[in-house]
Design a protein around this ligand. Sequence first.
Ligand SMILES: C[S@@+](CC[C@H](N)C(=O)[O-])C[C@H]1O[C@@H](n2cnc3c(N)ncnc32)[C@H](O)[C@@H]1O
Length: 183
Amino acid sequence: MKLTEKAHQAWSQVVQLNDCCVDMTTGNGWDSLELSKLVGRQGKVYGFDIQEDAISNTQGLLSQGSKYQNFKLIRDCHTRFPVHLPRGLKGQIRAFTFNLGYLPGSDKSVITETLKSLQAMKEAYTWLTKDGIISVISYRGHHGGKDEFKGINQWIQQDSIEYHRIEASAKENSPVFFLIRKT
Ligand SMILES: C[S@@+](CC[C@H](N)C(=O)[O-])C[C@H]1O[C@@H](n2cnc3c(N)ncnc32)[C@H](O)[C@@H]1O
């Protein structure tokens, strides 16, 4: 099973109807689509990406693939998510998801950045409901990817955050799935 499928499986055990979730890197929209289905008609999915192509691909996929108009897509850096979400949602978000790296089939020079990713993750943790999750897929094979992976490891260990880590394979540069849980 691919790590993205493992992530979707993990969300399905945590995310409930009517929940609010945030996709912090919408890319082609596959993760947003999954969340949109899980939260249902009365739920809400906010999606962020810095690339116009990613936002329009996600808009297209959700319009076709989801039965619900339960999403809002925002072209902005994920560090700025608190500017866009209603303040009342602080402490209420069930899941944030980060699928790091670059948009498949697009400009590989536009990638997530360690400092921004970590800033957004740390702030996201404060917006989670109890037992809410941050799901992260980290790619170590591209330039900067290993530093991003190390930064995430360091943060969760220093702050004694509860998490599970699954590596795609034993290879040194294989992708890693972190499932971080708010206690
Ligand atoms: C691996 S792709 C995401 C794949 C996506 N979740 C899917 O299901 O198709 C990573 C995405 O992160 C986006 N990205 C990079 N830096 C970002 C930032 N600072 N804020 C928001 N999105 C960012 C890229 O534009 C790219 O679309």
